[in-house]
Design a protein around this ligand. Sequence first.
Ligand code: NAD
Length: 487
Amino acid sequence: MTTPVYENFINGHFLKNQSGDTFAVKNPATDEVIYHVEVADEFIQNAAIESAKQGFAAWSAMTPIERSRILLKAVSILRERNDELAKVEVLDTGKPWQEAECVDVETGADVIEYFAGLAPAQVGQQQMVGNDFYYTRKEPLGICAGIGAWNYPLQIACWKSGPALAAGNAVIFKPSEETPLGAIKLAEIFIEAGVPAGVFNVVQGAGEVGQWLTANPDIEKVSFTGEVGTGKKVMASAAGSLKDLTMELGGKSPLLVFDDADVSQAVSAAMLGNFYTQGEVCTNCTRIYVHKNVYQQFIDELKTRTEQNIIAGDPMDPEVNLGALISKKHQELVLSYIDKGISEGATLLTGGKALSPASAPNGYFVEPTIFVDCKDDMTIVKEEIFGPVMSVLVFDDEDDVIRRANDTHLGLAAGVFTKDIQRAHRVIHQLQAGICWINSYGNSPAEMPVGGYKQSGIGRENGIETLDHYTQTKSIYVGMSNIESPF
Ligand code: NAD
């Protein structure tokens, strides 16, 4: 059976490359090639820049309310096609249908809707300075590049294009080479909604294509989602043309469970924050610090619920709640971390092996895995694993657990479970993380800014401030009297 070949999406249509280079995309749940994609060669790269320049000229000349109207049309189409798009995400990522069906498309559409609504409300300021005055304009940056990770491909494309387009920029988006189809679908939807050709372009390929985007002098900004190490390369490369940057990087986030917490609720949060999307979520609370007074109760319930309630298998089966990891290579990496956990002395509470469910025997599954008796200096406690692997640690002193939670160069997210309202805020204010939850974990509505402290990121996505990250301020001084000059 021949599989489809997708070309790059430039200037409102598919465009064939000249090199003929393609790459294959596999369904992680079956290990089968499902389609091929053409690599963005030099011809495509040049065409993408020309297209985005033209797109920017047309789009930035429209009023914010005109742009908003068109983007809201795209939002309606995204929602109408929810199931078709959710299926694309399941086949590309291996994540369960029961998640994609209600989260991936919806949270992407929400963010475009949010920024479409905000765009016409963005205003400059004016101030008198003596008899003169100045005023400011919020102007778009120009061509913005988006570079995406593979865990939420369509959502990431929406989260980057929403504010960028609302503010009047053109976008060249490069999805992860593991999950390239969602962004193409989004590009088609933008065209159908009336976004002018050239405003949203999709280039395909791996690191080299990303590297080209970060170095290209015609691109004013890069918004990147991916690993810390790749983020550093992106920043170094973007320095050559002093680009504006947004960085959404990795994490190793702590969840603190105090002895007055609702333990069952904390177990729910820990499971969501480690096993949702088979653990491939950047904000995951992979370090769970539990107060010694509730430690045994916590791990007993955690073990029972993990062993009884998780169903791995064909991700399209609506009953399945644990999907396949993105690739064989990633499965092997996650298993190697589990081996390290065992060899460094952590106790395996449950899981620890690859899985081969009857309905998806060739998929890259890993059992939901929980380590207890973990120590702060173990590799599994220090490094991001990006799979369904949870480390549980004990504490008995508030100040000490805050110090331990902060003892990392990462700072994406953090959570606290306690019924003591003062302790909840006191502790969360001391945690060095950009996205925090009290008696909750993982929710990320369009209205709430998200991004990391320390090496987990720069800048924010979502929330009002993000619109500022896609505009630049022009100050205009107006003289109301004759110039006084010594010349
Ligand atoms: P990755 O860093 O390997 O790749 C991310 C993207 O960068 C891909 O599109 C890739 O092709 C591209 N790329 C690779 N090398 C490049 C280079 N030199 N220059 C420019 N682009 C390059 O990350 P991944 O494996 O796709 O995703 C997993 C990581 O993403 C995890 O660390 C996770 O925590 C992080 N993540 C963060 C967030 C967030 O919002 N903070 C969200 C999702 C994922």
